[in-house]
Ligand binder design. Structure first.
Ligand SMILES: Cc1ncc(COP(=O)(O)O)c(C=O)c1O
Length: 380
């Protein structure tokens, strides 16, 4: 805040330069926000890659069972969930780190392992929170463009690694493009990466991609003791975005540093209980993935029939070129009752990212799209 903006009589707060370089996170608009602003009802949100089926009924039951216990602090060690997931994933329980969403784990990795002047490498466009972690810790973040197929360019990312590099972020599947890197490419990349560099492999959309044989299983990297942190979340396929719980899977030494930085009660009581129930409900995840697969085909078919090019997706969202200023497309879609995400924040101003929802939600969007596009001039 500048001197002029500060309240009369009070000095401007002393904000450190790294904080002044941070930009507030631009979250997708909520349904309530848009309905209030436009004075309409019946909006649907296909903007934040949430699970339209909602949480597992077993997770809802667990939350209800715990609602009467909210006077208690949560377990600071998230022990029950830690044991459950370690057994499920066949990893050392001491290598699991829990966060208030996987965002929190990204933040922890940054403040734990970055010193002023260190460098970070990530793909672009990709998830925006990695750069924020670099900036917060006074570090440069190298944004390495994706290939023309919207895939991580691992050779170029390796070329961007230098003696100052401490962390490389790989997003698999990538947000906003839904693309993946395969096992061979990832093996070669990790083999060539200097050992002191931590590779953070963000698998927020893991459950959607996991059935595909081209999607790599990264747990062996952790079991082999590589400098790798895998990020997973309960916000996407598990339908618990509002509860805020995610985790890192790494080797115990890395986890022990992250756990020192972590706030002791960063994962609330209800989240710990619901996450175990959600993780145990494999049928709900299977249903979620099946609905998503059907939705993908619905999108592919419609977008192709409109002559629009899209990136085949391994996540629960689709990235496609509207051929026009997608902010205008976004605005008109709001009036048609659908909230989406524009590509400009990812440096692709004609692209739109749309979450794959239920069949009816997808149809609402796809039925509205041709008329919206027809009303907006194509980009040069
Ligand atoms: C790639 C990626 N990583 C991490 C996150 C953060 O998810 P959460 O903090 O809800 O676990 C998201 C959310 O959109 C994401 O797309």
């Amino acid at each position: 805040m500048s001197e002029e903006n500060s309240q009369v009589g009070y000095p401007a707060p002393n904000v450190t330069p790294n904080i002044t370089r941070l930009t507030p996170y631009r979250h997708g608009k909520s349904i309530q926000e848009v309905e209030r602003e436009l004075g309409i009802t019946g909006m649907i949100k296909l903007a934040s890659n949430e699970n339209s089926l909602g949480p597992s009924p077993l997770a809802i039951e667990a939350m209800q069972a715990y609602s009467g216990k909210m006077h208690l602090y949560p377990d600071a060690g998230t022990y029950d969930l830690q044991q459950f997931l370690a057994a499920k994933l066949n990893v050392d329980p001491e290598g699991l780190v829990f966060g208030n969403g996987s965002d929190d784990v990204i933040h922890l990795v940054g403040i734990t392992f970055l010193n002023e002047g260190d460098e970070v490498v990530q793909a672009h466009p990709s998830f925006v929170r990695y750069e924020a972690a670099a900036t917060l810790n006074n570090c440069a973040c190298h944004l390495v463009p994706l290939t023309s197929d919207w895939i991580h360019d691992l050779d170029a990312m390796l070329a961007a690694v230098n003696e100052k590099t401490r962390i490389v972020f790989i997003t698999n599947p990538n947000n906003p493009t839904g693309t993946i890197v395969g096992k061979q490419a990832l093996d070669a990349f990790l083999d060539a990466l200097p050992e002191r560099v931590i590779a953070v492999i963000d698998e927020a959309y893991h459950e959607y991609a996991a059935p595909d044989p081209d999607y790599p299983d990264c747990l062996p990297y952790v079991r082999e003791g590589k400098n790798v942190v895998l990020l997973r979340t309960f916000s996407k396929a598990f339908g618990l975005a509002g509860l805020r719980i995610g985790y890192g899977i790494t080797r115990p030494e890395i986890a022990s540093w992250l756990n020192r930085t972590r706030e002791p009660f960063n994962v609330n009581l209800m989240a710990q209980a619901a996450a175990i129930a959600a993780a145990a409900d494999t049928a709900h995840v299977e249903r979620t993935v099946a609905v998503n697969e059907a939705g993908k085909q619905q999108f592919y078919h419609a977008l192709a029939s409109f002559g629009l090019s899209y990136a085949p997706t391994y996540g629960n969202f689709i990235w496609f070129d509207t051929g026009r200023d997608s902010k205008q497309v976004y605005s008109k879609l709001l009036y048609a009752g659908v909230i989406t995400r524009t590509g400009d924040i990812f440096g692709a101003p004609t692209y739109l990212r749309v979450t794959i929802g239920t069949e009816a939600e997808n149809a609402k969007f796809l039925n509205a799209l041709p008329e919206v596009l027809a009303a907006i001039p194509t980009a040069e």
